[in-house]
Ligand binder design. Structure first.
Ligand code: BTN
Length: 289
């Protein structure tokens, strides 16, 4: 496995990740480890964290051999086109539920994409590339219009009920073309390129994600309710009629909001409310949006 510190070996970075080198020189918040290919950036970050690498270490890879999502699902990770990165976090004692880290990372991705879409649509204009809407789907997905653009996989190491460290893994399909997507995933998977016809600089998108993430992460410690409120405001999950596939079976109802842990509040037909900490959500129809 080859790795190098960004900035030291700037020339070895792929062309569209070069902006990371400049960012590395100016930021105190993050230090990058770039890898050509890894099993999974989350695995590398967990290992680096166990070895004592500090908060703010960011593992970025050009490709992953065993990229993974929730429930051990495969995260398709071809080289040269997408973003695969994992951030080591040492939050210490926290007063918020760890699930809120996932929500913060999704908000950061949405913000970053919106900001890149704005600048991509032409200098001096304020209109976004038309008909592209990026939003977080509960619990850990990023959607672009009606297809999945990215996902967050947050993992934690605990000792005596305290969090030793966490890793927030972010995967996003950036310049991958539709015919590169394996047929089984094609119906529900998209990329920024597929939605806009534009090629994006991955380094710039990463910088925007990290800048936004540090703001949301700080907000989590000061005002977690505002992170939840922001997430609910922009997620199409909220107010939608959904099917929730849970380990106990399927539940139908309207997604009413999130509780203070980031769990989904579901209003069932008869008026009963349930709170879900994990489920597969199928959107059946949007309500009043
Ligand atoms: C999901 O949709 O369930 C989450 C997908 C998370 C994928 C990212 S890619 C970078 C990091 N490394 C991994 O192996 N997974 C996450």
């Amino acid at each position: 496995m080859e790795s190098w510190r960004v900035g030291v070996l700037r020339g070895l970075l792929p062309e569209d990740l070069q902006s990371l080198a400049a960012f590395q020189e100016e930021t105190d918040l993050y230090r990058f480890s770039f890898y050509d290919s890894v099993s999974s950036t989350n695995d590398v970050a967990l290992k680096l964290a166990r070895e004592g690498n500090p908060h703010g270490t960011v593992v970025i890879a050009d490709s992953q051999e065993r990229g993974r999502g929730r429930h051990g699902r495969t995260w398709y990770s071809p080289p040269g086109v997408n973003i695969y990165m994992s951030i080591i976090l040492n939050p210490g004692v926290i007063t918020f539920h760890p699930a809120l880290v996932t929500l913060s990372a999704s908000l950061a991705v949405v913000n970053a994409v919106n900001s890149c879409l704005l600048s991509q649509s032409g200098a001096g204009t304020v209109a976004k590339v038309p008909s592209v809407e990026v939003w977080p789907k509960w619990p850990n997905d990023i959607y672009c219009n009606h297809r999945k653009l990215g996902g967050i996989l947050t993992e934690a190491s605990t000792a005596r009920e305290r969090i030793r460290f966490m890793v927030a893994g972010i995967g996003m399909n950036v310049n991958m073309q539709a015919d590169q997507i394996p047929p089984d995933f094609r119906d529900n998977t998209t990329s920024l390129y597929s939605e806009t016809g534009e090629v994006f600089d991955r380094g710039r998108v990463i910088v925007k994600i990290l800048e936004s993430f540090s703001r949301y992460y700080t907000l989590l410690f000061n005002d977690p309710a505002s992170v939840i409120a922001r997430w609910c405001k922009i997620s199409h999950t909220i107010n939608s009629y959904v099917k929730a596939v849970t380990p106990q079976g399927e539940i139908y109802g309207t997604a009413l909001g999130l509780d203070d842990r980031g769990f989904l509040r579901l209003g069932k037909e008869g008026g009963e409310e349930v709170c879900l900490n994990t489920a597969e959500i199928v959107h059946l129809r949007d309500h009043d949006r």
